[in-house]
Design a protein around this ligand. Structure first.
Ligand code: GDP
Ligand code: MG
Length: 454
């Protein structure tokens, strides 16, 4: 997919103004590249339709560099399909235990994922319990027990209750009898009694979609009312992704998707199809057989991966910079009108945050070392804290930070879970930034004559 897309953009790069024929040529290449990557036809059609419409619109014809703008549009549309540009966190129950059910075809990676998810949750301070509700396949229970032992997460299995606690698996070889619905239901009671706060239910899969399997999954779902039903799909499945995803969407109405085997050759075709066809968010990616080969899915990073080529990334980055400059100009004009508030500041921070994933990618491109240093100074936690503080302010306070006196500072600190000195620090930095921007604005107003800055 990557190479094809990079070809699609190659002939755009050197162009200034783009004609409709240029754009159509590029769109044709993009279409071919996506189809080659097993993205489904209907997804490809709607995708290229949207890109074409935007590419022919004003934002491209008025852009300083139209080709970059087209690349940026492609990136944005990819990100939008993959999850509206935001990470979707796990949905936890208000009253524990949180119940997570895994569904998907045999071999999709459910059991492996159960271990990874358990490990990840445990690491985050939770007390997960894995539940062996796959009683279809010989040794499925044993497999989960091995996985649980490796992850140090207890496993609830039929008949004997907890088979392994704190990682000590007791094998129950070849256990294939029993009622998976009952196991699931009992496991929830067990988790409540023993105060496990997340229950991960591993279910059976078949090699193809089959109604009996789907009914069993539905019965488990209706017995335990999961907070999340995660549909696990092998990213290398190709064109079948759409059919399978639709079947599970109709069959169990899953709440989120996990892409497994993203460590393989798959370049995101399945991700694009599944997300687009079901409209369901992708929550996690599984990237290997090890416990730690697991990550929270970031739509923007996946979009970048699909467009993963040095020159294309550079183009996007330049387009991004151009975009940021526009934002900065807007902010500057607000400054000179005296209407630049903390709300605007927050917006700018989010711009900076958007560079986050870009930061990682840029680091890999030769010749970007100079930028790297500046980028590395962006601290996600710092931005988080600043955001929390601004969000704890009233609209009036954001518009007019001068009114934030001592008691307001204390309230904001308390409300955002920060210290008063963190609030003070932010207000100071905002004041400095305002001053600097005022200076920049004035200088621009004076035709850039030095010495006329505020
Ligand atoms: P299940 O039938 O859905 O429970 O699938 P399993 O968890 O048993 O996984 C099937 C096979 O795929 C096993 O050999 C796993 O080791 C392998 N597997 C699962 N997830 C990944 C992954 O993210 N990357 C790779 N390379 N292999 C995986
Ligand atoms: Mg399994």
């Amino acid at each position: 997919l990557t190479d094809r897309l990079s070809n699609a953009f190659k002939h755009l790069k050197s162009k200034g103004k783009l004609s409709e024929a240029d754009i159509d040529g590029t769109i044709r290449e993009i279409r071919r590249a996506l189809l080659d990557a097993d993205v489904s036809l209907e997804v490809v059609r709607s995708f290229t339709g949207r890109v074409r419409e935007r590419a022919l619109g004003e934002e491209v014809s008025q852009a300083l560099n139209p080709a970059q703008q087209v690349v940026k549009i492609v990136n944005e549309e990819l990100t939008a399909i993959l999850g509206a540009g935001v990470d979707r966190p796990l949905n936890f129950a208000k009253n524990p235990p949180t119940i997570i059910m895994l569904a998907g075809l045999q071999g999709a990676g459910k059991t492996t994922l159960a271990g990874k998810l358990g490990y990840w949750l445990k690491d985050a301070g939770h007390t997960p319990l894995l539940v062996a509700a796959d009683l279809q396949r010989p040794n499925a229970v044993t497999q989960l027990q091995v996985v649980g032992e490796r992850a140090g997460v207890p496993v609830y299995a039929p008949e004997k209750g907890v088979q392994s606690d704190g990682g000590e698996a007791v094998a129950a070889p070849g256990q294939t009898t029993g009622d998976p619905v009952k196991v699931a239901r009992d496991s929830i009671e067990f988790a409540k009694r023993k105060l496990y706060d997340v229950v991960i239910i591993d279910t059976a899969g078949r090699l193809g979609v089959d109604e009996e399997l789907m009914k069993q999954a539905r019965d488990i779902r209706d017995a335990v009312h999961p907070n999340e039903i995660l549909f696990v799909i092998d990213a290398m499945i190709g064109q079948d992704a759409v059919k399978t995803a639709k079947a599970f969407d109709e069959g169990v109405d899953f709440t989120g998707v996990v892409l497994s085997k993203l460590d393989g050759d798959a370049r995101g075709g399945a991700a694009l199809s599944v997300a687009s066809v079901t409209g369901k968010p992708i929550l996690f990616a599984s990237t290997g057989e090890g416990l730690k080969d697991f990550e929270v899915f970031h739509p923007d990073r996946m979009a970048s991966r699909i467009l993963d080529m040095g020159d294309i990334l550079t183009l996007i980055e330049q387009a991004q910079k151009q975009f940021d400059e526009e934002q900065a100009r807007e902010a500057a004009s607000k400054m000179s009108e005296g209407t630049f508030g903390l709300d605007d500041f927050l917006e700018q921070l989010q711009q900076v945050r958007k560079l986050g994933p870009m930061k990682n990618l840029l680091g890999m491109i030769p010749g970007m070392a100079a930028h790297r240093q500046a980028l590395e100074q962006l601290d996600e936690h710092e931005i988080d804290r600043t955001e929390a503080i601004i969000r704890s302010m009233t609209p009036e306070e954001r518009r007019n930070p001068k009114i934030i006196d001592g008691s307001r500072r204390a309230r904001i600190a308390y409300g955002s879970g920060n210290t008063v000195s963190a609030v003070n620090g932010l207000l100071e930095r905002f004041e400095q930034a305002s001053k600097m921007m005022r200076r920049m604005t004035n200088r621009a107003g004076m035709g850039g004559i030095p010495g006329f800055g505020g």
